[in-house]
Write a protein that binds this ligand. Structure first.
Ligand code: LHQ
Length: 256
């Protein structure tokens, strides 16, 4: 693991911290590689929720623009460095929470939006850096923002390049809550611990169903839902959930 990406475990929660604070956690080759390793660690079965955050005053400002100058084949760089990590976040069979502690720009914004949930510090902001330098959104930016915000709002934001504040992001549903800057790590740990105590298989299958539903017909969605529900009813957490309901007690989900 590179020291530009750190991981820390607290029970079933894995926190991944992008760690180039002096560059607002801009993505260079070492961050891409470190994130790839960290996401592999996140796939371990005893991890039941993941937090992605940044060290210092930024979340992530996207591509390191000093390194980019030395990248002759941009399409290849996107395929090799960005796409595996974006796809790995979506493939993780557990919830991934972006704790947006500061500015999220360019591919850093896309990365936050690839996660399942987002909370933000009141000092955070969302900057579509791409258009500021004449680029199109990448790292899934158009895909994720279009789905989260709707095409009209996403286009206006991404094509204007204007900065969205944390409060504006809350108003638009881009983040689910805004907390004081000095409380974001604690709140992220609290939210992630709640998710980690949930029925992890059911949450994972719900994630898969939503990802599929965004592209599928109603008929395809009904078919997949029947398949996944059959799988969910086979889990220990389903048995525990029903037993707890009948015994009028809170469930204790083990994640299996
Ligand atoms: C940075 C960066 C940065 C390096 C701040 N790189 N150092 C993918 C593949 C291939 C091609 C290209 O694109 C992509 C995807 C992308 O992500 S494109 C979009 C790239 N990101 C941007 O365009 C954002 C550029 N940054 C900014 O506009 C500002 O830094 C924001 C508005 C994010 C924050 O502004 P401030 O809070 O005023 O901070 P700052 O600008 O003073 O930055 C602090 C330091 O971080 C500074 O370094 P220095 O040595 O001067 O203190 C910046 O140069 C450095 N930094 N972004 N992307």
């Amino acid at each position: 693991m590179t020291d530009t990406v750190l991981t820390a475990r607290d029970g079933a929660v894995l926190t991944i911290t992008l760690n180039r604070p002096e560059k607002l956690n801009a993505l260079d080759a070492s961050v891409h590689a470190g994130l790839r390793e960290a996401l592999a660690e996140a796939a371990e079965p005893d991890v039941r929720a993941v937090v992605l955050t940044g060290a210092g005053r930024g979340f992530c400002v996207g591509q390191d623009l000093t390194e980019f100058a030395d990248t002759p084949d941009i399409a290849a760089a996107l395929r090799e460095r960005y796409h595996p990590n974006v796809l790995a976040i979506r493939a993780l069979e557990k919830p991934v929470l972006a704790a947006v502690n500061g500015v999220a720009a360019g591919a850093g914004l896309s990365l936050a939006c690839a996660c399942d949930l987002r909370i933000a510090a009141d000092s955070a902001s969302f900057v579509p850096g791409f258009i500021g330098i004449g680029l199109v959104p990448d790292a899934g930016g158009a895909y994720f923002l279009g789905r989260i915000l709707g095409t009209s709002r996403a286009f206006e934001l991404m094509a204007s390049g204007r900065r969205l504040t944390a409060e504006g992001a809350l108003d638009w549903g881009l983040v689910s809550e805004v907390v004081p800057e000095d409380g974001i790590a604690e709140r992220a740990a609290e939210v992630a611990a709640t998710w980690a105590a949930g029925p992890t298989r059911g949450i994972a299958l719900t994630k898969r169903l939503f990802d599929s539903a965004e592209r599928a017909s109603l008929e395809e969605t009904l078919a997949l839902e029947a398949e996944l529900q059959a799988e969910a009813t086979g889990t220990a957490d389903f048995a525990e959930g029903v037993a707890a309901f009948l015994e009028k007690r809170p469930p204790e989900f083990g994640g299996g």
